[in-house]
Design a protein around this ligand. Structure first.
Ligand code: SF4
Ligand code: SF4
Length: 373
């Protein structure tokens, strides 16, 4: 008999990989799926029914750009019927007038809108999309007019780190309840572009001082969540709160994974949701899929995690980062000072600075078909 695990609380639904922007730090996989690989409305609705049955309380509707799905209101309504909290994560470009009111009427609970820069030139450069900044400002105002709570996402790296104070002012001016300042995680396209994105240590220290001062000053006015950069850390983050512990994600074609970068671990095979040959129910996947059980809990840990008193604080860090930097997904995350590879993180920062000084650190913009099939 299979072992039963606590139910998941959250789910990230990547409805599509299509996106009008081409951010060089995008967390999507390098081999992006075309529209003809996306699940249908009926398949997504069936998946959300099973997610609600399994215990999921909140679904983050993401992508790519989720508003490119014309059935988004139907999907939101399906979640609302089951009392599941829905959060739209959007790039905020090209959204038709009135769409936010329709999504609010369908039961949308919250909007998270990303800005690539605090200024128009930066947003255009990072997303490779002319006029993106002005469109995002209009999107923020449209979301507020529809009465939706708003979080501004600011993914941080070398090219916008000195705008951190302006990001705070921008979020305040847009009436956001929350600002998430998140240093990019080097997975997906960000790993490919690491040399072009890596900030220097002085910039990171300036950023920390500005954010901490603003967190204190704006207490009770706007919440500022801060995701610090792994490469400058002493201990890793509890990636996803622990592997397959309380959340999972679903790719546009229905592949179910413990996190968005898990597909980079070659020893694991990830199941597809649905009916028919090779497909499984969400409950079967959550409880029984070997890929979900591979790094659950602490039994899989090697030293130094195996005997460490922080093992249920950070769960050994990120399995995908361990794969990328140590070549072994079961290794201690090299972001940890106890990892024998920790010094490699500092070496990679130096490598990025050298490439920057030599001018060999140009972006590879994210777009479907740029890499792989
Ligand atoms: S990070 Fe940029 S390219 Fe990737 S989905 Fe978000 S807006 Fe689109
Ligand atoms: S050794 Fe492992 S459990 Fe301990 S702090 Fe480092 S990553 Fe976390």
């Amino acid at each position: 008999m299979s072992k039963a695990y606590l139910p998941p609380i959250g789910m990230l639904a990547e409805l599509t990989h299509r996106c009008p922007l081409q951010c060089a730090y995008c967390s999507n996989p390098l081999e992006l799926l075309k529209a003809n690989r996306e699940m249908s409305t009926a398949e997504w609705l069936a998946l959300f029914e099973q997610a609600a049955d399994l215990g999921v309380l909140q679904v983050h509707l993401s992508g790519g750009e989720p508003t490119l799905r014309p059935d988004l209101e139907l999907i939101i309504a399906g979640l609302s019927r089951r009392g599941v909290y829905s959060n739209l994560i959007t790039a905020g470009v090209g959204i038709a007038e009135g769409r936010f009111q329709k999504m609010a009427d369908a039961g949308l609970d919250h909007v998270q809108l990303s800005f690539q820069g605090a200024h128009a030139a930066t947003t255009e450069k990072i997303g490779n999309h002319r006029g993106a900044h002005e469109k995002k400002v209009e999107t923020a105002l449209a979301a507020r007019r529809a009465g939706l709570p708003l979080t501004i996402n600011a993914p941080m790296h070398r090219h916008n780190m000195d705008e951190v104070g302006d990001f705070i002012d921008l979020a305040l001016s847009l009436g956001a309840e929350r600002l998430e300042i998140a240093n990019v995680q080097y997975a997906g396209w960000a790993l490919l572009n690491r040399n072009a994105l890596m900030p220097d240590r002085d910039a990171v220290e300036r950023q920390v001082r500005i954010v901490e001062e603003a967190q204190a000053r704006l207490y009770g006015i706007m919440t500022i969540d801060f995701v610090t950069p792994d490469y400058f850390a002493i201990y890793p983050k509890p990636c996803m709160g622990g592997w397959a512990r309380d959340a999972f994600m679903v790719a546009p074609d229905g592949t179910v994974l413990p996190c968005h970068a898990a597909g980079t671990i070659p020893s694991l095979t990830f199941p597809r949701f649905g009916e028919g040959e090779g497909r499984s129910s969400l409950s079967e996947i959550w409880h029984d899929a070997p890929a979900f059980n591979a790094f659950r809990g602490t039994d899989w840990m090697l030293e130094p995690c195996r005997s460490c008193d922080r093992q249920e604080i950070d769960w050994g860090g990120c399995r995908c980062q361990a794969m990328a930097l140590a070549g072994n997904a079961a290794a201690t995350d090299p972001a940890c000072v106890k990892s024998p590879l920790h010094a490699r993180m500092a070496g990679l920062i130096d490598e990025a600075m050298t490439a920057h000084a030599a001018g060999t650190d140009s972006f590879r913009y994210r777009r479907i078909g740029a890499i792989g099939s």
